[in-house]
Design a protein. Structure first.
Length: 104
C-alpha cells in the first residue's frame, strides 16, 4: 500500500511538471490584448498592442484584460481537469477490483 502512495505522489509531481510545460493563451479585442498562462494557471505574459494602448482608456483596458485572463484560465482549467481525470483513471486501474467499488 505504501508503494502505491509513493507511486501516486510521483505521478502527481510528474503531472504538475507536465502542466507547467503546457501554455495556453486568451485574447480580447481581436488579439490586441493577449495573456499566456501555463496549464497550472500561472500567468506567464501579458501583451497589449501599442497602438491600442495609446487609444484605450483605463476602464476599457482593465475590462479587456479580465476577459483575456479569464479565457486563458478557462483553457488552462480544461486541460488541468482532463489531465487529472486521466491520472485518476490510471490510478484507479492500478487498484485492482477497487476501481469498480463505486459502480464505475
Amino acid at each position: 500500500m505504501f508503494d502505491k502512495l509513493l507511486e501516486a505522489k510521483q505521478k502527481a509531481e510528474d503531472l504538475k511538471k507536465r502542466l507547467d510545460g503546457i501554455t495556453v493563451s486568451g485574447s480580447a479585442e481581436g488579439g490586441k490584448i493577449s495573456v499566456t498562462t501555463t496549464a497550472n494557471k500561472v500567468v506567464q505574459s501579458v501583451n497589449i498592442d501599442e497602438e491600442f494602448l495609446k487609444s484605450a482608456d483605463k476602464e476599457e483596458l482593465e475590462e479587456l484584460l479580465i476577459v483575456a485572463i479569464n479565457k486563458a484560465l478557462e483553457q488552462a482549467e480544461n486541460i488541468h481537469q482532463s489531465e487529472m481525470a486521466a491520472l485518476s483513471r490510471d490510478m484507479m486501474g492500478g487498484m485492482g477490483g477497487l476501481g469498480n467499488l463505486f459502480g464505475k
